[in-house]
Design a protein around this ligand. Structure first.
Ligand code: PLP
Length: 375
């Protein structure tokens, strides 16, 4: 008998590396290259540090109110958390307590299966179609809840609002979560559907288009009933989740209304485009790469290979050994924002500072080498 028998054992999610080397072009965690809204800087400079001796507002009122006003909903329809990771994890705990498996796409944000395992939630993954889109028919089977990102990550492809609504409409007896971490870069938000469907939860983050990943702010909007249940769980877990600076600076950013709507409208800053990927390659939606682009094709090949091996039941160690672990990390952490997907994915393979062309060439060579023994 050992105390270890009583330990909850989990295989943790591996968070993106945060190297801090001068001059490094960092792409692996999809942060925005621009600073946050100017008001955020101003407020940060005149913040009252004496206020830090107090606990923050447990209801995060200032931020909830700002979000409610901005999105034209009632404060009772807004829940905020420490990044959307916190919001989604809390929502898994709150809403996915049935016996039936929850559903999510097989190629998607790789935290979902980690949370499902952590919270003991059965789950089933639904394959994407040949063009890497979600198949709405797959979400008509009996289930205990649904989550999918829109746009999906790492594919960068978004589904139409009609497709999202079809999924929500067909699943009125469970909670459907749409993870809109990247919606400001492509696709349409499902927020207008919240008034119509009391089982829909729309999750967003300040980490991407608002350039505030360092403050860890996420939120969701849904019916007052859903948000009430979420708050019950949150207050049974940790009342003071969000610190004071995040609440104040988050509210300021919302009031300024500043978000960086980049990829779809192709308003990625010209210099940034040239520096990172080569402007001529940024031509399609969201991922910013054309389907025929060799880098994008290789990424797809890698994803298929990885998914195939995983389905065959290859242990993770083996995948790791084959260095497909690195490729998986690469695939999963891909940058859907501005077409730097492949380069960002392979940040683990290529660490030194290079021009974009050099970086892509090296990635291609290394990736081909890694895949060739198996093909
Ligand atoms: C699809 C998706 N959802 C959620 C998150 C979590 O973002 P955060 O916790 O920073 O809000 C990420 C982060 O990269 C993501 O890619």
């Amino acid at each position: 008998m050992s105390w270890e028998q009583n330990v909850r054992r989990v295989v943790p999610y591996v968070a993106g590396e945060q190297p801090n080397k001068p001059g490094m072009i960092k792409l692996n965690t999809n942060e925005c290259p621009y600073p946050p809204a100017p008001g955020v800087e101003r407020l940060l400079k005149r913040m009252d540090y004496g206020a830090l001796r107090l606990y923050p507002d447990p209801d995060t009122g200032v931020l909830v109110d700002a979000l409610a006003e901005y999105y034209h909903v009632s404060p009772g329809q807004v829940f905020v958390g420490v990044g959307s990771d916190d919001v989604i994890s809390m929502a898994f705990m709150t809403f996915f307590n049935g016996r039936r498996p929850i559903l999510f796409p097989d190629v998607t944000y790789s935290f979902y299966d980690v949370w499902a395992k952590l919270h003991g939630i059965p789950y089933r993954t639904c394959p994407l179609d040949e063009d890497w889109h979600i198949c709405p028919e797959d979400y008509r089977q009996p289930n205990g809840g649904i989550i999918f990102p829109n746009p999906n990550a790492p594919t960068g492809l978004f589904e139409s609002l009609e497709t999202v609504e079809r999924i929500v409409r067909a699943n009125r007896d469970v909670v459907v979560m749409v993870d809109e971490a990247y919606v400001d870069f492509g696709g349409r938000s499902a927020l207008p559907l919240v008034e119509k469907y009391d089982n829909l939860l729309v999750v967003q983050t300040f980490s991407k288009s608002r350039s505030m990943a360092g403050l860890r702010i996420g939120f969701c909007i849904g019916s007052e009933k859903l948000i009430g249940y979420l708050n019950d769980v949150k207050f049974s877990f940790n009342s003071y989740t969000m610190n004071l600076p995040s609440q104040l600076l988050g509210a300021e950013a919302v009031q300024m209304g500043t978000r960086f709507i980049v990829a779809r409208e192709s308003v990625v800053h010209e210099n940034y485009k040239k520096k990172v990927i080569g402007a001529r390659d940024i031509d399609s939606e969201v991922t910013g790469m054309s389907h025929g682009h060799p880098v994008r094709q290789l990424r797809n090949k890698m994803t298929r290979e990885y998914v195939k091996l995983e389905k065959e039941g290859a242990p993770f160690e083996e995948l790791e050994q084959l260095t497909l672990g690195a490729l998986r990390k690469a695939v999963v952490e891909g940058d859907v924002v501005n077409g730097t997907l492949m380069a960002g994915q392979c940040a683990g393979l290529v660490q030194k500072e290079q021009t974009c062309e050099e970086m892509i060439r090296e990635i291609m060579e290394q990736a081909e080498k890694l895949l060739s023994p198996r093909s």
